[in-house]
Design a protein. Structure first.
Length: 126
């Protein structure tokens, strides 16, 4: 994306999928724009919680392990962007959905896996 101008779009599949370079200063789908320090704080808290619970997470089922890893990696990726450029570089543009990036995919899939794990806990595990 180094050679793209802000807002520039490359058509991959017309009217279906484009690569569009934007800087998202909010959360998912642009919510809470310009709250850089809030998002950095949330990322640090998430990383701290994962570090604190690492032993438990690493011995849990695959849904918890993979979900946590995806959440952490997504938070780190977006956190680096927020710190370095005061926003997150988004570029996957499906035209009917807000523009997003790879870290957003990791966060969404990670949340889904952790929620699945929580809903499938047996009473013995709680």
């Amino acid at each position: 994306m180094n050679h793209f101008m802000l807002g520039e779009s490359l058509v991959v599949i017309p009217n279906v999928f484009h690569l569009t370079y934007i800087i998202n200063r909010g959360a998912a789908f642009g919510m809470l724009a310009n709250q850089r320090w809030f998002f950095l704080l949330v990322a640090v808290i998430l990383l701290g919680a994962c570090a604190y619970y690492w032993k438990r997470l690493s011995k849990g089922p695959w849904t918890l392990q993979i979900g946590s890893a995806l959440l952490v990696s997504g938070a780190i990726g977006n956190g680096i962007d927020r710190y370095m450029i005061h926003g997150v570089v988004d570029f996957f543009d499906f035209r009917i959905w807000p523009i997003f990036n790879v870290a957003d995919i990791g966060i969404c899939v990670g949340v889904a896996l952790v929620v699945y794990y929580l809903f499938t806990l047996k009473d013995d595990d709680k």
